[in-house]
Design a protein around this ligand. Sequence first.
Ligand SMILES: *Cc1c(COP(=O)(O)O)cnc(C)c1O
Length: 431
Amino acid sequence: MRNTKSNILFTFKSDLSYAIELDQNDPLSKYRNEFHIPKDSKGNDLIYLCGNSLGLQPKATIKHVNQELEDWANYGVDGHTEGKTPWLPYHESLTECMAKIVGAKPIEVVLMNTLTANLHFMMVSFYQPTKKRYKILIESDAFPSDKYAVESHLRHHGYDDKEGVILWSPRPNEQLLNYEDLENILKEQGDEIALIMIGGVNYYTGQYFDLKRICSLGHQHGCAVGFDCAHGAGNVQLNLHDSGADFAVWCTYKYMNSGPGSIAGCFVHERHAEKKDLNRFTGWWGHNKETRFQMRDEFDQLAGAEGWQLSNPPILSMAAIKAPLIIFDETGIERLVEKSKKLTGYFEYLINELNNDSISIITPSNPDERGCQLSIQVKNANKNLHKNLTESGVISDWREPDVIRCAPVPLYNSYQDVYFMVERLKKILNE
Ligand SMILES: *Cc1c(COP(=O)(O)O)cnc(C)c1O
């Protein structure tokens, strides 16, 4: 599946003046200044390539969070109705921006809970095993939390958590997943699979899957299809509505810059919006807003994704996603993706120029099959390389067994970040 034509969109040059020129001509370069960039002990900007793990803090975030602290101080409980953004309908003010970023209709999106929690709630509704059809298909290197969640639903329904999981694995000596293999699995076992649950962008390899293709394949075989878009939201154009996915979940602290452990997102396709017979775990925040406070006996479910809400939401956490949503609304995900392809292509080009045998990029080289992350596989799993990079002021992460993940984020990373990262890498490799 690996597309070996690299840099199919651009031609790059390898000198510093070219990086400077790219930054000067970058229409999004001014946004870097809207974020706090972590610094080293001498006060120099670190090269922060970890936005895929924890996005940086917008400078405006403190203002939005303080507003809620002030409203709470000034109004107490009346902040629910009297605050600058009243807390009762607070989440509604965020839905439209969030929906635009993931390519969904507002009725399909809600911000609530945290990521793995949302995955569980979605599986309550969309994993409906029967005697014959009870298996769950995941990618073989799924994020551990997703795998644990899936296995626990199998056990919860009384199935064996090993036998009930079908893995979509790379071919021997390959890293990336191949759609033909998925087709074959579905041909052979499709009628046993109740749910396909895939990470929209794989956290390890950075492979961005063709969501629409997976949905259409899965639905042809009668499977429900859901995605964990933790590495997709704010990174690639997910087009969730058009993909046809039954559900999707994501966190907002990675590419969405909302702060550690902040509120998560959830998508439920419009075609399920009015379904009352879908099993779900319920709470009062999923109840009809008009009558919620009449404390009625009977649950009257809200239409759309909002109907899956349980609790009155964490306002401080919601306040922390305001600033990034405003920035995303201004830039538009399309423009970000446009820069992302160029910045990541440039990064890939510079690494390939090193022509060094001890590293190789396992992320797809086709810009349409990846976001901004490049996963650099290190020969003999030499962890020292990551350690030395960190000491040189490059913040990336190591993922077992042998990968350094680097994400040049188009909102705040520059072409010079990428240039100097590769310069330092080169120096370390040559030492
Ligand atoms: C980051 C990430 C998680 C983390 O889950 P939390 O519930 O937010 O702790 C889960 N799944 C994937 C695919 C991730 O990338």
